[in-house]
Design a protein around this ligand. Structure first.
Ligand code: C2O
Ligand code: CU
Length: 641
C-alpha cells in the first residue's frame, strides 16, 4: 500500500530534508529533470499560444504545475506525491507519443501526426527518466544513509549538469524554430503593387479541357497512400496545345494541399504554391486552376504543400500537352513516370511495365523522374537497349536535330523529363532499364557497393513490344551529355545580353533549423525563408551563375519560366540549344543559364531534392511591383516545402 508518509520513512517527519540519503539523490535528480521539463514547456508556450490557444494554455499550466510540484516533492516528499508525479510525467510522455504517431483529435492539424523536434524529444526523455525515478521512490523509499554532505553533493553533480545541458539544448532548438508567418513579397504601404491574385489567365475563346482531381487516401499493396483519384501516380492528363485547361482539385484528405504544374509557364495565381500563390486548400474544400497550355511537351503536376511529405506519399501525376496539330509524329506515345525511392523505383505504379508496339513502329517514351532521391540527390539514369534512340526533348522542349544514340544512360534529376524516340526492330522487344547515378556516398556505402559490385543497380524494366530484348552491359553504358548533343542553331535567349546577373551558390553546413539539428542547405549562404530573393523587372534578361559547392546533386527548378543553358563549368554549349525548367547541377559543377523575365509574379526557385528544399535550398524570383497576400508558416498552415 502507498502511504502518505515521508519518503525517508526511517526518520521522524520533523526532518523534511532528504539530502542525506540516496533516496535523496534519486529525488533531487527527478526533481531537477521535472524542473528542466517545466522550463522547456514555458519556453515553447508563447509559440503555442499564438498558434492554438488551448495548447498554449496547456503548456503554461503544465510548466507552472511542474515547478510547484518539483519544489513540493523536495521540501515535503511523500510516497503518494512521488507516485502522483510518476503517473503525471508518464501521462505527458504518453500524450506526446500519441500526438506524434496518430495525432490528437484537436489542435491546428487535428488527426494528423505532428513533427518530432529535438525540443520535444529531450523534454519527453527528461520526463520519462523522472517518471522512472519517482516510481522507484514510491516503491522503495527507505534508503541507506550517507553521512558526508560533500559526497552527496558530488554524486548530484552529473545529474545536475545533465539536466541543465538537456534543458538548454531543448530551449536552443526552440529558438531555431521557423517564423510563424513569413511573406515572401509583402505589399508595402506607399509603394504601389499588384497582388499576384490578379495575375490570372484572361478569359478567351479557347476550347476547354476540364478535369477534376480528387485528393484522397487509398490503400495500395497494404499501404496507406495519398492519391489523386485512388491511383499512384494520379491520372495522366492529356490536353491539346492552345486549349484552356481547368482542373478542379477536391481535397478529401485529412490535411491541406495544393496542385503545382511543374514546368508550365502559366499565370502566377495558378502556380499552386502554398503560402506564396494561394492558401493551401483545406480538407473538404476545392480550388480550380485555370491556364492556357501554350507549349506542347511533357510536364507533371504535384502537391506544393508540405511537398517533402505529400509528394512521396503519392500526390503526383503526368501532364502531357499534345501539339496543336492534334497528333505527335510517332505511332506510339507513352508516358513513363519513374517514382518511389532509390532502390525501390516503380514505373507508372508497377515494377514491370509492358507496352505495346509492332515491328517498324516509331515509339515516343516521355520519361518523367518523380523518384524522391536520397540525401545525395543523385539522378535516375534510364537506358534504352535493343534499338538506337534519339533524345528529342528535355523538360518538354524540343532539341535541334538530335543524333541517334546507342545504349546511353540518360541522367534525370528529380523533376526533369526527357522524351526519347526510337523505331521498333524487325523482331524482338526493346527494354528501358533504370539505373542510378550516385552522388556523395558514405564510406560504409562504398564498401557495401564494392562488395556487392552494385554501383549501378538494375531497377525496374519497361518492356516495349513482344519477344525478348537483347542482353546488354548497361553498367558500362556512357552517360548522356546535354551540352554536346544535337546540332547548334541560334538561341535568341542565349544570345541576348544580360540585364541582371545573379550568383546562386549552393552549399550546406550542419546547424539547428526548425527545432532540429540538420544539414542546412543554403543558397548564397542563407537558408529559406531567409535567402534574399532574386529581384527582377518585367522585360529583363536574367543570367544565373549556379555554383555547387557540395558533393551532392541539386536539380534546381525554376517555376513559371524556361532557362536557356549557356555553359557548364565555363564551357559553352556545343550542340543544340537546351531549354530547361529544372537543371541538374552535379557535385562541384557550375552552370550558367539565362531566362527572360516575361511572366510577372513571385516564383519559386528551389532544389527539387525535396530533402534539400526542406533543409533550406529555396528562394524566389520577385518581380518588381508584385506582392502576395499569402504567408507561409504555422500561423497560416501554409508549408510550401
Ligand atoms: Cu516540381 Cu516547386 O516544384
Ligand atoms: Cu539539392
Amino acid at each position: 500500500m502507498i502511504q502518505t508518509q515521508p519518503i525517508r520513512s526511517s526518520r521522524p517527519a520533523a526532518m523534511p530534508n532528504n539530502l542525506g540519503t540516496f533516496g535523496g539523490f534519486r529525488l533531487m535528480t527527478a526533481a531537477m529533470l521535472t524542473l528542466g521539463a517545466a522550463f522547456i514547456h514555458l519556453a515553447v508556450a508563447p509559440a503555442h499560444l499564438r498558434e492554438y490557444l488551448p495548447f498554449g494554455v496547456f503548456f503554461l499550466a503544465v510548466g507552472c504545475a511542474q515547478i510547484v510540484l518539483a519544489v513540493e516533492v523536495v521540501s515535503r516528499p511523500t510516497r503518494r506525491l512521488a507516485l502522483a508525479m510518476a503517473i503525471g510525467s508518464a501521462a505527458l510522455v504518453a500524450l506526446w507519443y500519441v500526438s506524434r504517431t496518430v495525432g490528437l483529435p484537436i489542435g491546428p492539424t487535428p488527426g494528423l501526426a505532428e513533427d518530432t523536434g529535438l525540443t520535444d524529444v529531450i523534454c519527453k526523455l527528461m520526463e520519462a527518466l523522472s517518471a522512472i525515478l519517482f516510481l522507484s521512490l514510491a516503491a522503495w523509499p527507505a534508503q541507506r544513509k550517507v553521512r558526508r554532505m560533500w559526497l552527496q553533493a558530488l554524486a548530484m553533480l552529473p545529474s545536475a549538469v545533465l539536466a541543465a545541458a538537456m534543458t538548454s539544448a531543448a530551449v536552443a532548438a526552440t529558438l531555431s524554430a521557423m517564423p510563424e508567418a513569413f511573406n515572401a513579397a509583402p505589399a508595402i504601404t506607399g509603394q504601389p503593387s499588384t497582388s499576384l491574385t490578379t495575375l490570372v489567365e484572361t478569359p478567351g475563346p479557347e476550347p476547354v479541357d476540364a478535369f477534376t482531381l480528387t485528393a484522397q487516401e487509398a490503400q495500395i499493396d497494404g499501404q496507406t497512400v495519398w492519391t489523386y483519384g485512388g491511383t499512384v501516380p494520379g491520372p495522366e492528363l492529356r490536353v491539346s496545345q492552345g486549349h484552356r485547361v481547368q482542373v478542379t482539385l477536391v481535397n478529401n484528405l485529412r490535411g491541406s494541399t495544393t496542385l503545382h504544374w511543374h514546368g508550365l509557364r502559366l499565370p502566377n495565381a495558378a502556380d499552386g504554391v502554398a503560402g506564396l500563390t494561394q492558401d493551401a486548400v483545406q480538407p473538404g474544400q476545392s480550388f480550380t486552376y485555370e491556364f492556357v497550355a501554350r507549349e506542347a511537351g511533357t510536364f507533371w503536376y504535384h502537391s506544393h504543400q508540405q511537398t517533402e511529405q505529400q509528394l512521396p506519399r503519392g500526390l503526383f501525376g503526368a501532364l502531357v500537352v499534345e501539339p496543336a496539330s492534334g497528333q505527335v509524329a510517332e505511332n506510339r506515345d507513352y508516358t513513363v513516370m519513374l517514382h518511389g525511392n532509390p532502390g525501390d523505383v516503380s514505373v507508372n505504379g508497377t515494377t514491370n511495365l509492358q507496352l505495346e508496339a509492332q515491328p517498324g513502329e516509331t515509339v515516343r517514351l516521355r520519361l518523367v523522374n518523380a523518384v524522391a532521391p536520397g540525401m545525395d540527390g543523385g539522378p535516375e539514369a534510364p537506358v534504352l537497349v535493343g534499338a538506337p534512340f534519339q533524345v528529342v526533348a528535355l523538360d518538354g522542349r524540343d532539341l535541334h536535330a538530335p543524333q541517334p544514340l546507342h545504349a546511353t544512360r540518360v541522367p534525370l534529376g528529380m523533376g526533369q523529363r526527357a522524351d526519347i524516340v526510337f523505331t521498333m526492330p524487325a523482331s524482338g522487344a526493346v527494354q528501358l532499364i533504370d539505373t542510378e547515378v550516385v552522388g556523395e556516398t558514405s564510406l560504409v556505402q562504398n564498401i557495401i557497393e564494392s562488395l556487392s559490385g552494385a554501383t549501378t543497380p538494375r531497377l525496374p524494366t519497361v518492356t516495349i513490344g513482344n519477344g525478348t530484348a537483347p542482353a546488354s552491359d548497361i553498367a558500362t553504358a556512357p552517360l548522356f551529355d546535354l551540352t554536346r548533343y544535337g546540332t547548334p542553331t541560334p538561341d535568341a535567349l542565349a544570345l541576348a545580353p544580360a540585364d541582371v546577373s545573379a550568383p546562386i551558390v549552393l552549399d550546406k553546413h550542419p546547424g539547428m533549423r526548425d527545432g532540429r539539428p540538420q544539414l542546412i542547405h543554403t543558397i548564397n549562404a542563407e537558408a529559406s525563408p531567409n535567402v534574399p530573393p532574386i529581384n527582377v523587372q518585367e522585360g529583363q534578361i536574367v543570367h544565373l551563375h549556379i555554383v555547387n559547392n557540395t558533393a551532392e546533386y541539386h536539380p534546381m527548378h525554376l517555376h513559371g519560366h524556361v532557362m536557356s543553358v549557356l555553359a557548364r563549368n565555363g564551357e559553352s554549349l556545343q550542340g543544340s540549344p537546351v531549354h530547361l525548367d529544372s537543371i541538374l547541377v552535379g557535385p562541384g559543377e557550375t552552370w550558367d543559364v539565362a531566362f527572360a523575365a516575361d511572366n510577372p509574379g513571385i516564383w519559386m526557385f528551389h532544389c527539387h531534392v525535396l530533402l534539400h528544399a526542406g533543409m533550406g535550398m529555396v528562394t524566389t524570383i520577385n518581380y518588381q511591383g508584385v506582392s502576395t497576400p499569402f504567408e507561409m508558416g504555422s500561423r497560416s498552415g501554409n508549408m510550401p516545402e
